[in-house]
Design a protein around this ligand. Structure first.
Ligand code: NA7
Length: 543
C-alpha cells in the first residue's frame, strides 16, 4: 500500500526500553522533535519480552535504576535486592507516564529500512506500518539481547506440543502443572526459570550443552549496609558508580590470587559468595580474568559449592563447568538452581555426551532414546549486541549497508557511531562497555553524550557528524587489545559472537571499564570532537 503519512522530525529513536525512553526525554529537554518506533505493544524493551517465570535483573536495585532525576529516585521504591521482571516493567511504565513519553512513541511499529540521503543530509526510514519518516539523526536503542537466536536444532518446528521461547514469553503466563517439560539451554534464562518450571511440571528434563557458573542471589529485602551509602549521599554514590569499572561503586582490589595463600583465597571468595552479587565474585582477585591460575582458584571454589548442594556426584560433575574460565561467559545468579537437580522428577541430559538427533512431533530424540514431552522451552539465547542493529536494512553513504560493513565483525568509534553512516548513533553498541556493566549507568552516559553531540552540532550550524576511518580503526584495535589481555576470548560465549552459527568471532563489548570509557568519550568532546568529521552547509571540520 502507498504510504499514507509522511513525517519529518529531528530524531528517530528505535526502541522504547530504558535507552529509548531516556533518549526521548533528553531530546525533548533540548528542544528536538523526536519519534520513537517500538515493535512491542508497550514500553520496557528487555523487560517487556522476557516474561519467563523467575525472570529477574542480576544487578541490585540500588544500582539498576535511572539516576538522571533525583525526584524520580524519590518517587520510586524498589521492593527487593533484585527486582523481578514485572516490577521492572512497572517501573518502565511509571517512567513513561511521569514524563508523558508515550505520546511520541509508535508501538507495534518496526523500522524495516533506513537510508542515508547524502544530498539532503537526512535519514529516510520506512516502517512495517507503511510510514515514511525523514530525520536528521537516527538512534538505534534496540538493545543488546533483544533478537532471540534462531532455532539451530534439527527438527525444530516439527514438535506438535507447546513451544516457548524465554525471550518471547506469552503475556498471560504458562501453567506447566502436570506436564512433561523440556528446557533447552542453561544460561541465565534457563537457570532462572528451571526451578520455577520444576515446581509445576510432573517431569522436567534439562538439556545442557555447557554448564554455567551460578551463584546464589540471596534475594530478599535490600540490605541496610547496601542502602546506607546511597541514602547518606545519593550524589556521591551515583558519581562513584559513573567512575567505577562496571557501573556499580566498588573499590578494585589489589590482591592477586596467584601471589596470595589459600586462606586468603577462601576468605575473599566466601565474602564475595555471601554478597550474592556478580561484581564482587568477578573481582575476588585483581588477576582472575587475566591469568588461568588465578582464575582456577575462583572456578575451583565455585565447583566446590556446586558439589556441596547436588547430592548425586555424577550429576554434580555434569553441572560443574570445566570448559571455560570463570567469568568468561556471564555467570548467573540463581535461586535454588542446583538444588532443583536433587528432585526426583528432574533429569539432566548432557548434550555433549548425548546430542539431540532431532526434535520430533512428540518430543526429543537422542541416540537410542526418544523422550516424549508436552512442552519444550527454548532458553537458547540471543544474537547479542549486533543482531538487532543489522536486522534493520540500514544503508549508509554510497549504498553500503551496515550488514555488509560489519560482515566480518562490527566496527565502531566508541561503540556510538560508525563511519560511512553519518548521524547514526547506537546506544550500548558493540565496542562500548554495555553488557559488561550496569546497563543503566552505561545507557545514561551514552544518551547524555549523544544528546550533547546533537545539540552542539546544531549550535555550531553543522548538520552531519561521523567518525573518520582512522579514528574508528584505532578504537576497534583498542577494544581488541583490551580483550586480548584477558581470558574472555578463550570462551565460546555470546560476548565473542560464538553462540550464533556463522557469526564472526570477536569480542563485542569494551572491557576497559566504564570509567576509562567515560574518560575517552569526554576527551573526544574536550579535544574538539577528536576523530569525528563534522559538516554543514558551508564547512567541513575534521579533528
Ligand atoms: P545464553 O546465556 O546465551 O544461554 C543460552 C543457553 O542455551 C546456553 O546454555 C547455550 O549453550 C544453550 N544453547 C544455545 N543453543 C543451543 C543448541 N542449539 N543446543 C543446545 N543448547 C543450546 O542466553 P540467556 O538468555 O540465558 O542469557 C542471556 C543474557 O541475558 C545473560 O548472559 C544475562 O546477561 C542476561 P552453550 O553455552 O552455547 O553451549
Amino acid at each position: 500500500a502507498a504510504s499514507s503519512a509522511k513525517l519529518d522530525v529531528d530524531v528517530v529513536v528505535v526502541g522504547a526500553g530504558f535507552s529509548g525512553l531516556y533518549m526521548l526525554h533528553k531530546l525533548r529537554q533540548l528542544g528536538f522533535s523526536a519519534r520513537v518506533l517500538e515493535s512491542a505493544g508497550d514500553v520496557g524493551g528487555t523487560w517487556y519480552w522476557n516474561r519467563y517465570p523467575g525472570a529477574r535483573c542480576d544487578i541490585p536495585t540500588t544500582d539498576y535504576t535511572y539516576s538522571f532525576d533525583p525526584e524520580l529516585e524519590k518517587a520510586w521504591t524498589w521492593s527487593e535486592k533484585y527486582a523481578t521482571q514485572p516490577e521492572i516493567l512497572r517501573y518502565a511504565q511509571f517512567v513513561a507516564e511521569r514524563y508523558d513519553l508515550r505520546r511520541d512513541i509508535d508501538f507495534n511499529t518496526r523500522v524495516v529500512a533506513a537510508r542515508w540521503d547524502e544530498a539532503a543530509a537526512r535519514w529516510r526510514l520506512r516502517t512495517d506500518t507503511g510510514q515514511d519518516i525523514t530525520c536528521q539523526f537516527y538512534v538505534m536503542a534496540s538493545g543488546c539481547l533483544s533478537l532471540p537466536k534462531a532455532p539451530d536444532i534439527p527438527g525444530a518446528g516439527r514438535f506438535k506440543g507447546e513451544v516457548y521461547l524465554t525471550g518471547r514469553w506469552p503475556h498471560e503466563g504458562v501453567d506447566f502443572t502436570g506436564k512433561r517439560v523440556a528446557v533447552i539451554g542453561t544460561g541465565s534464562s534457563g537457570i532462572q526459570s528451571i526451578p520455577h518450571i520444576a515446581a509445576q511440571a510432573s517431569q522436567l528434563t534439562v538439556f545442557q550443552r555447557t554448564p554455567n557458573f551460578s551463584i546464589p542471589a540471596g534475594n530478599g529485602p535490600v540490605r541496610p549496609e547496601r542502602l546506607a551509602p546511597l541514602q547518606a549521599d545519593r550524589d556521591a554514590y551515583r558519581h562513584a558508580a559513573k567512575w567505577s569499572r562496571a557501573g556499580v561503586p566498588n573499590e578494585p582490589t589489589q590482591i592477586y590470587g596467584r601471589y596470595s595463600p589459600p586462606e586468603v583465597h577462601r576468605e575473599r571468595f566466601e565474602a564475595a559468595w555471601q554478597s550474592g552479587e556478580l561484581i564482587p565474585i568477578l573481582s575476588v582477585f585483581a588477576d582472575q580474568i587475566l591469568f588461568r591460575d588465578a582464575n582456577a582458584i575462583v572456578a575451583g571454589l565455585v565447583r566446590e559449592k556446586i558439589r556441596g548442594v547436588v547430592q548425586d556426584p555424577q550429576i554434580a560433575d555434569l553441572l560443574c563447568p570445566t570448559d571455560h574460565p570463570f567469568g568468561t561467559k556471564r555467570p548467573c545468579l540463581d535461586t535454588g538452581y542446583y538444588a532443583t537437580f536433587n528432585l526426583p522428577h528432574v533429569r539432566l541430559v548432557d548434550l555433549r555426551r548425548h546430542p539431540i538427533q532431532s526434535i520430533t512431533e512428540t518430543g526429543i530424540e537422542l541416540a537410542g532414546e526418544a523422550l516424549a514431552f508436552d512442552a519444550i522451552v527454548y532458553a537458547t539465547g540471543f544474537d547479542a549486541m549486533t543482531g538487532a542493529i543489522v536486522s534493520v536494512d540500514i544503508t549508509g553513504r554510497d549504498g553500503l549497508t551496515l550488514k555488509q560493513k560489519w560482515a566480518s565483525g562490527p566496527r565502531t568509534y566508541l561503540g556510538l557511531m560508525t563511519s560511512g553512516f553519518p548521524n547514526l548513533f547506537t546506544i550500548t553498541g558493540p565496542g562500548s562497555p554495555s553488557v559488561l556493566s550496569n546497563m543503566m549507568v552505561s545507557i545514561e552516559q551514552h544518551v547524555d553524550w549523544i544528546a550533547d553531540c546533537m545539540a552542539r552540532l546544531r549550535a555550531d550550524g553543522m548538520t552531519a557528524i561521523e567518525p573518520t576511518d582512522t579514528a574508528e580503526a584505532g578504537w576497534v584495535q583498542h577494544v581488541d587489545d583490551c580483550a586480548n589481555i584477558t581470558l574472555y576470548p578463550t570462551a565460546d560465549s555470546w560476548y565473542m559472537g560464538a553462540n550464533v552459527p556463522g557469526k564472526p568471532r570477536g569480542f563485542l563489548p569494551y572491557v576497559g571499564g566504564v570509567d576509562a570509557y567515560r574518560a575517552a568519550c569526554d576527551e573526544v568532546v574536550a579535544r574538539d570532537w577528536l576523530g569525528l568529521k563534522r559538516s554543514g552547509p558551508q564547512v567541513t571540520r575534521c579533528t
